[in-house]
Design a protein around this ligand. Structure first.
Ligand code: VGL
Ligand code: ZN
Length: 197
């Protein structure tokens, strides 16, 4: 069984959004077409409470895109984005959400961020996606979406580490690219045995 995992194709990550990824909306038509080739389609949705600890506005004297130390490790601070129930957190209107059999939300715990679709940023707290995929008999994953160097990267590395045969379709992803984060992510995914297509 093959599943397509569509990462965070939400308004805030598209042009005009709070944390816009350059060209984020260019991949949507291709993702919709690709859905037809898969046994299962899963969407992820970044889903933060207002005042989430990853927002720079919560940290006195800090600006978006600066780093801080959290109890679970280093954390990039972001502009407020994907706040639960807001238009920014909604899927882009162009994305076909009808094929999706599961929508997995992440980043809803105030004190911890969650880039990966499998584990929060402590690398231990599971989202439940692994169990869902295994009980459905899924063994191969293809990942597309936003952003290549953060949520796609963390999801793909975790998936490969869990034993899923994992491919990232780079043409159907777009990156934020902070200080070389894209190159580092591509390197890390290769090391983790993720196929970059
Ligand atoms: C993401 C930064 C913060 C992503 C989510 O979807 O890549 N990046 N939250
Ligand atoms: Zn986020």
């Amino acid at each position: 069984m093959d599943a397509l995992i569509v990462i965070d194709v939400q308004n805030d990550f598209c042009p005009g959004g709070a944390l816009a990824v350059p060209g984020g909306d260019e991949i949507i038509a291709g993702i919709n077409t690709l859905m037809n080739k898969f046994d299962a389609v899963v969407l992820t949705q970044d889903w933060h409470p207002a005042g989430h600890s990853s927002f720079a506005t919560l940290h006195e004297g800090k600006a978006p895109f600066e780093m801080i130390k959290m109890p679970y490790g280093p954390q990039v601070l972001w502009p407020d984005h994907c706040v639960q129930g807001t238009e920014g957190a909604a899927f882009h209107a162009g994305l076909n959400t009808e094929r999706a059999e599961l929508i997995i939300r992440k980043g809803f715990r105030p004190a911890i961020d969650s880039y990966s679709a499998f584990f929060e940023n402590d690398h231990t707290t599971p989202t439940g996606l692994e169990g869902y995929l295994r009980t459905r008999g899924v063994t191969r994953l293809t990942m597309v979406g936003l952003a290549t160097d953060f949520c796609v990267n963390f999801s793909a590395v975790d998936a490969a580490g869990l034993g899923f045969e994992t491919t990232v379709r780079q043409d159907l992803c777009r990156a934020i690219d902070l200080d070389g984060s894209l190159a580092a992510a591509l390197d890390g995914m290769k090391q983790a045995d993720v196929t970059l297509a």
